[in-house]
Design a binder for this molecule. Structure first.
Ligand SMILES: N[C@@H](CCC(=O)N[C@@H](CS)C(=O)NCC(=O)O)C(=O)O
Length: 213
């Protein structure tokens, strides 16, 4: 098994945190997105779609979605459970993960990829060229704001997103909030006490510290 990673990118960071929480060692290779190494021939042989993360299994299977990789690792290393123990908890984890990806992550991605010079002609991840649409920057900012409001309401009534236990939903949302903070410059968390409380708790976890330093 080999994990293809890049420390500056949100999607592989979720997987890195899962690996650290499970306390396992997986051979890891960094693919430098800043120098476009993902588009080079060597990495395209690993994943023709040219994105990270990839988890390459010993039989040649490639898992190229962070959520799928989390599921695979959860089956291999069930403890500590990050994807739920009961039907209700499992469903809440998937629900908050989907909210995070579809509302928060896509919002942050719209801001970053349509507003930054570095992503000219690369407004969508992967190898297909896409021109930037500047109007998506403002839309993305609004979507991030609404997402953080939604997190705040949930975290005001619940210690973690899926209930009283830390889970992959928190990992996904924690990484996404950090991505949104970097993408929009000013801090979307300001004025959201419950999100701030929860961010501090996640940031202090030893596995999160180890995976993000
Ligand atoms: N849905 C995928 C997202 C993969 C993705 O978009 N990865 C980004 C980094 S966060 C990437 O590799 N970008 C390279 C590029 O756009 O060229 C997942 O969750 O793993």
């Amino acid at each position: 098994m080999r994990f293809y990673d890049f420390k500056g990118a949100p999607s592989p960071t979720k997987v890195r945190i899962v690996i650290a929480e499970k306390g396992v060692e997986i051979p890891t290779e960094s693919v430098n997105l800043r120098t476009l190494e993902q588009q080079g021939e060597a990495y395209r042989r690993v994943h023709p779609g040219a994105t990270v993360p990839t988890l390459l299994l010993d039989d040649g299977t490639r898992l190229t979605e962070s959520h799928a990789i989390a599921h695979y690792l959860e089956q291999l290393y069930p403890e500590p459970a990050l994807l739920g123990r009961s039907p209700r908890e499992r469903a809440l984890i998937v629900m908050w993960h989907d909210i995070t990806v579809l509302e928060g992550y896509v919002g942050a991605q719209e801001v970053l990829r349509n507003g930054s010079e570095a992503f000219k002609g690369r407004a969508v991840p992967g190898i297909e060229p896409f021109e930037q649409i500047p109007a998506l920057v403002d839309r993305g900012r609004r979507r991030i704001g609404l997402y953080i409001d939604k997190l705040d309401r949930r975290l005001d009534e619940s210690e973690y997103l899926a209930g009283d236990r830390y889970s992959y939903a928190d990992i996904s949302a924690y990484v996404t909030v950090g991505f949104a903070q970097r993408a929009i410059g000013d801090d979307p968390v300001a004025g959201h006490a419950a999100v701030a409380r929860w961010l501090a708790a996640i940031a202090a976890r030893p596995a999160v510290v180890a995976a993000t330093q």
